[in-house]
Write a protein that binds this ligand. Structure first.
Ligand code: K1U
Ligand code: ZN
Length: 170
């Protein structure tokens, strides 16, 4: 397993649309997922999309376990949203590609998902709470959309300016 650098705004790669994996999940994909998981744990974060490490494939890793709980890594290949609730809920989101910026985003409170798991098996699952927030945030990455794209133009431009300044000052 290897740590990979996480791209940050305004890197144009983050705006790319990711392509589906065709022909099933291979050992190369599993190696990428292992690297992504290690990178996410090291950051630290609770989710990561492959495009955040520069790979435009529809792969997401996630671990929503608490600090004192055993690790619970999850893998989502070619995820699709089958249903969204009408009920919406706000959550103060963050993003490893927009470090140290947090703001409220309103999204459907519950979604039904279809995806392939680490072994390439098809799974259909309902998500609510933080799981619903995180999977929708990560699936936005697959479309080249960042959580700051849900904010006003002023907030988005301020966020990008802050990230650039922090990187210059480092
Ligand atoms: O960059 C990412 O996509 C990961 C992002 C996921 C996310 C967080 C909150 C709402 C929606 C999506 C993060 O992991 S940001 C860091 C973070 O939330 C966190 C870090 C350490 C401990 C607990 C949370
Ligand atoms: Zn993100």
């Amino acid at each position: 397993m290897a740590l990979r650098p996480i791209l940050t705004v305004p890197d144009p790669v983050l705006k790319q649309k990711s392509r589906p994996i065709e022909g099933g999940v291979t050992d190369d994909h599993r190696r990428l997922m292992d690297d992504m998981l290690e990178t996410m744990y090291a950051a630290p974060g609770i989710g990561l999309a492959a495009i955040q490490v520069g790979v435009p494939l529809r792969i997401i890793v996630m671990d929503l376990s608490g600090k004192d709980e055993p690790k619970a890594p999850r893998f989502f290949v070619n995820p699709e949203i089958l249903e969204k609730s009408e009920e919406m809920a706000p959550y103060e989101e963050g993003c490893l590609s927009v470090p140290d910026i947090y703001d409220d985003v309103v999204r459907p409170a519950r979604v039904k998902l279809k995806f392939l798991d680490y072994e390439g098996r098809e799974v259909v699952e309902d998500a609510d709470g933080l799981f619903a927030v995180c999977i929708q945030h990560e699936m936005d990455h697959l479309e080249g959309v960042l959580f700051i794209d849900h904010l006003s133009r002023l907030k988005r431009e301020t966020a990008v300016r802050k990230v650039r300044k922090a990187q210059r000052d480092r």
